[in-house]
Design a protein around this ligand. Structure first.
Ligand code: COA
Length: 156
């Protein structure tokens, strides 16, 4: 099994250090109410602190629109102490979908996992339209909504 190649469309750049506030802003970009936005930001920050206490750290892969420098895509790896990474929070802003950005964020995370020699898991959401692509890049498991997919660590 080889690592996928990353093909980011023109006009976009990869950012591996987006700010937490930007990530939350993108994940909840459909929430216009300021109070709820603050609530989500606080909740997310607390969750990160709880994860850190449990020995789980996050690697974030962002994509920026070069023209505006806005963060328009995000995907994370929750790195667990047992050298398994869980893919989380794959989101592309609705105005930038169907150009290959979601695929690129998935590929970037898989390539990083391969580089570190870690296995990956991810839970298939009920609406994830990319389900078939997970299979193409080596994830195994039942392709049913809600199921846990696994990709073994790459043997080098
Ligand atoms: C899922 C999501 C990240 C896809 O992002 P994207 O940048 O539009 O995805 P891509 O352009 O890389 O598409 C990759 C492949 O997924 C499939 N796909 C993506 N969106 C699709 C749609 N709306 N309908 C059907 N197939 C779709 C296609 O096979 C596509 O390849 P193709 O364009 O060559 O046919 C985006 O729709 C999103 O943010 N959705 C809301 C959050 C979500 O569901 N996240 C995933 C679960 S955590």
């Amino acid at each position: 099994m080889s690592s996928p190649e990353i093909h980011l469309p023109q006009g976009y750049s990869l950012d591996t250090a987006p700010e937490l506030e930007e990530i939350v802003g993108l994940l909840y970009c459909n929430v216009s109410d300021w109070v709820f936005r603050q609530h989500y930001t606080t909740r997310y920050r607390n969750e990160r602190a709880n994860h850190a206490q449990a020995g789980i750290s996050f690697l974030s892969f962002g994509v920026r629109d070069v023209a505006s420098s806005d963060l328009i895509g995000i995907g994370e790896i929750a790195l667990q102490a047992d050298h398994v990474g869980h893919l989380a929070n794959l989101t592309v802003h609705p105005a930038h979908r169907r150009q290959g950005i979601g695929r690129c964020i998935l590929d970037a995370r898989v390539e990083e996992a391969d580089r570190r020699g870690i296995a990956l898991t991810t839970q298939l959401s009920y609406m994830n339209p990319m389900a078939k692509y997970y299979r193409e890049i080596g994830f195994v498991g039942p392709m049913a909504p809600g199921s846990l997919l696994r990709r073994p660590a790459r043997s080098t």
